[in-house]
Ligand binder design. Structure first.
Ligand SMILES: [Zn+2]
Length: 297
């Protein structure tokens, strides 16, 4: 399942192709993905220019002139592919042989760019857990998918003080609190495990123990906020240190194999220097947690 860093990588991969381009035609090859496609989707967007490609948690937000916003969630297996629409000489990374999975190409954006060249951006999703929604820029904050999302784990929004305010008084384990999308948006199972390991905090520790009686962040709380931001920033950086890296040879965007310190490493030695612990797997709220019982307290 794509996590936030993958979605951000997809966004960065789409940005240079889509921003400033006019959507000449929106080709819908089926009436539904996880949900039915919004009514009048093509009519609302065709002929419009894409002004920006944004992201909120794991949602891509494509803003069009006139105020329409297309929201896209990749579900379990969704991906975007960028192709040149004509036989124009385009750098090789955009060339793509029609894959055998073309049966799973569900939405095709036919784009005309400012320089007159055309591109196709294709949404492919074999399992169809992905979905799209249509909204307006001015009502986006109350969109049903976005309105309850917490703060982003990227940028400077998340710090010790903000985290303390979220965790104060909570008896839930840290792992569960960090996975709560109403607190921090887009933080998934893998990156919660990695952040807790970096901050040397046990996933079973009560969330409220990172906050002092008068509601201030403890040093551990600051460390955890730093670790969450760092883990996400590092994963985004691993997705592509340059634009070229965001687009794979087959034109697909944004999936990369990232190496993790603890996730999926049950039985291996803890990578923290001077720690002699062994990574353990436990199940919390039905999901695997990987951690080092020796150094994570
Ligand atoms: Zn350890």
């Amino acid at each position: 399942m794509p996590e936030l860093p993958e979605v951000e990588t997809v966004r960065r991969g789409l940005q240079p192709t889509m921003e400033g381009a006019r959507l000449a035609r929106l080709e819908l090859r089926r009436a539904d993905l996880r949900f039915p496609l919004p009514h009048g989707l093509s009519e609302a967007l065709e002929g419009r220019t894409i002004t920006s490609v944004g992201r909120r948690a794991k949602y891509l937000t494509m803003h069009f002139d006139g105020g329409a916003v297309l929201i896209s969630h990749l579900g379990m297996s969704g991906s975007y592919r960028v192709e040149d629409g004509a036989d124009a000489a385009i750098p090789g990374m955009f060339h793509h042989e029609r894959s055998k999975l073309s049966a799973h190409d569900h939405i095709v954006f036919h784009l005309t760019r400012r320089d007159g060249t055309t591109r196709r951006v294709t949404y492919n999703d074999p399992r169809r857990f992905g979905f799209v929604d249509l909204d307006r820029a001015r009502t986006l904050y109350r969109n049903r998918f976005l309105r309850d999302l917490g703060i982003e784990p990227t940028g400077n929004a998340l710090d010790g003080a903000r985290l303390a305010a979220m965790l104060a008084g909570k008896a839930a384990p840290l792992k569960a609190a960090l996975l709560d999308q109403r607190l921090i948006a887009g933080l998934g199972n893998i990156y919660v495990c990695e952040a807790l390991w970096r901050a040397r905090l046990s996933p079973r520790r009560k969330a409220g123990t990172l906050v002092t009686r008068d509601g201030r962040p403890t040093p551990r709380c600051h460390a955890l906020a730093d670790a969450v931001r760092a883990v996400i920033a590092d994963a985004i950086a691993a997705g592509g240190s340059s634009l070229r890296d965001y687009v794979h040879a087959d034109g697909s965007l944004g999936y990369f194999q990232h190496s993790f310190a603890v996730y999926g490493r049950e039985g291996e030695p803890c990578p923290h220097e001077a720690c002699e612990g062994t990574i353990r797997r436990i199940v919390q709220s039905g999901r695997s947690t990987f951690y080092c019982p020796a150094c994570q307290r």
